[in-house]
Write a protein that binds this ligand. Structure first.
Ligand code: NAD
Length: 500
């Protein structure tokens, strides 16, 4: 590592500061491990405690700032994200590998979310309802909760934190943010934007580290009221358990095993386009990646011919090269996990139709590159059809009917995203109703969320909350019911005493 490698700091109580221990970790580009992105603070419990204390102190004032004024800061954040979009996208591609077009989209999500949540500053509707009693008003308002612990994954390192931090702020909460250790620079870029937009001291704090270092200490800290997490199901389960002791509100967005169903009346070229983008976009490292494609047997052979040909033609490389269509895996560990699944799939008897190898020649030698991989003749009971692989591996499963496709679609642990390709509106609506996922697409791949709709999954993907859309406010606020009696006399509600 060269001596001019930049060292990045934590952000606590309005100051960029080193961690208490002074320990650092470095982050390198997955496309070229010689490219050192920077050195980051390896924080521990002490740093988290300081960040939570700063956020608790700032909460007393921030919760009283009128929501439309809080929103003005978010509007400015939207402008700053827009001005810095290219730089942030470039930083993100360097540190986590997805192609520039996709990282630009990631920053765009933050712009869109800033605008959406800024708008909420002038809405944040509660309810007014008629009272049972004369001369009495009854209503409910949203109240902030306090300090929100935000823990995120690396694959959407600006979009996902913005889905959490921006609604938390507009509701009047303060934040301690721990970005993924694989993409800390993008986390820092989010915080810099908010600070430059004028957020007061202590309202947002950032601590970088690995999960045990700075994630786990938030879970037991009684000063944290909400934990909002995006990451693997395994970590989410541990977080849920760890938060139980202090009764924190916990919001979990976790793994997926998403599915595209291709019916015999589908426009096949469109379905192939969808399977390519859904399966190999972000190198298959999206929570919504279409890692299963269920194809009606009448069009199965045709579909596979076209799908395999398109996958073979995908240009794999460094995401900074504008010609690249698919970047590297995030790490050696992740790459090895994918390679293990390639072996498992072959052992289980699936046909490896294309791919399955690490790419090591020439420009690939210094990165974690894999061939786009397709297994065909996959049975729904195989592990490659059931477990989240999180890499460029798609399993194609034959089916004989819509009912069978729906049964296969539902028969996994996860429930994030599903899609159907058909020209039959009856089939489309039946599948939309009967596939148990949080997201559903018709004639489009399983990816491509828009910020003004709720985002999240069922079963082992999520714990019932949603982020984005107005639903995001439910994670970061709690309802208070208010009764105002202006009758000038004691009136009793029906639940207290029955009028006779
Ligand atoms: P991960 O669970 O390993 O890490 C996620 C975050 O949790 C990181 O910041 C990590 O440092 C932290 N962490 C790890 N252990 C912790 C602990 N014990 N206590 C507190 N924090 C801890 O996940 P990952 O590999 O970074 O991301 C990939 C996973 O994220 C995939 O499963 C993917 O499906 C999922 N994901 C889900 C969504 C969604 O919206 N459902 C979106 C993106 C990614």
């Amino acid at each position: 590592m060269s001596s001019d490698t930049q060292t990045y700091l934590n952000f606590i109580d309005g100051q960029w500061v080193p961690s208490a221990s002074g320990e650092l970790f470095e982050n390198r580009s997955p496309a070229n491990i010689d490219d050192v992105i920077g050195r980051f603070q390896k924080s521990h419990a002490e740093d988290v405690v300081r960040a939570v204390e700063a956020a608790e102190a700032a909460f007393h004032e921030w919760r009283l700032v009128p929501a439309p004024r809080r929103a003005e800061i978010l509007y400015r954040a939207a402008q700053i994200f827009t001005e810095r979009k290219d730089k942030y996208a470039h930083d993100m591609t360097r540190e986590m590998g997805k192609v520039l077009g996709e990282t630009g989209g990631d920053v765009q999500e933050a712009i869109d979310m800033s605008q959406l949540m800024a708008g909420e500053g002038r809405r944040m509707y509660g309810q007014t309802v008629p009272s049972e009693l004369r001369n009495k008003f009854a209503m409910s308002v949203r109240q902030p909760i306090g300090v929100c612990g935000v823990i995120t994954a690396w694959n959407f390192p600006i979009a996902v934190p913005s889905w959490k931090i921006l609604p938390a702020l507009v509701c009047g909460n303060t934040v301690v943010f721990k970005p993924a250790e694989e993409a800390p620079l993008s986390g820092i870029n989010v915080v810099k934007t908010l600070v430059d937009a004028g957020l007061p001291r202590g309202v947002v704090n950032l601590v970088t580290s690995d999960g045990p270092g700075a994630g786990a200490p938030m879970l037991s800290d009684p000063g944290v009221g909400v934990v909002s997490f995006t990451g693997s199901t395994e970590t989410g389960r541990a977080i849920n358990l760890a938060c139980a002791g202090t009764f924190k509100k916990v919001h979990l967005e976790m793994g997926g095993k998403n599915v595209i169903m291709v019916m015999d009346d589908a426009r096949l070229d469109l379905a192939v386009d969808g399977a390519i983008w859904g399966g190999f976009g972000t190198t298959g490292q999206r929570c919504t990646a279409a890692s299963r494609v269920i194809v009606h047997e009448k069009v199965y052979a045709q579909f596979i011919d076209r799908f395999v040909a398109r996958a073979k033609a995908l240009r794999v490389g460094d995401g900074l090269d504008p010609n690249t269509e698919m970047g590297p895996s995030i790490s050696e560990t992740q790459l090895n996990k994918v390679m293990e699944y390639v072996e498992i799939g072959q052992r289980e008897g699936a046909t490896l139709a294309t791919g399955g190898h690490r790419m090591t020649s020439g420009g690939y030698a210094k990165g974690y590159f894999l061939e786009p991989t397709i297994f065909t003749d996959v049975s729904p009971t195989m592990r490659i059809a059931r477990e989240e692989i999180f890499g460029p591996v798609v399993s194609v499963i034959p089916c004989g009917s819509l009912d069978q496709a729906i049964a296969i679609a539902n028969d996994v642990e996860y429930g994030l995203s599903a899609s159907i390709y058909t020209q039959d509106i009856d089939r489309a609506f039946a599948a939309m109703r009967d596939v148990y996922t949080g997201l559903f697409y018709v004639n489009a791949p399983t990816i491509g969320a828009e910020v003004h709709l709720p985002f999240g999954g069922t079963k082992a993907t999520g714990n019932g909350h949603r982020e984005a859309g107005i639903a995001a406010l439910d994670v970061f606020s709690e309802w208070k019911s208010i009764y105002v009696d202006f009758s000038g006399k004691l009136q009793r509600a029906q639940m207290d005493i029955e009028e006779i």
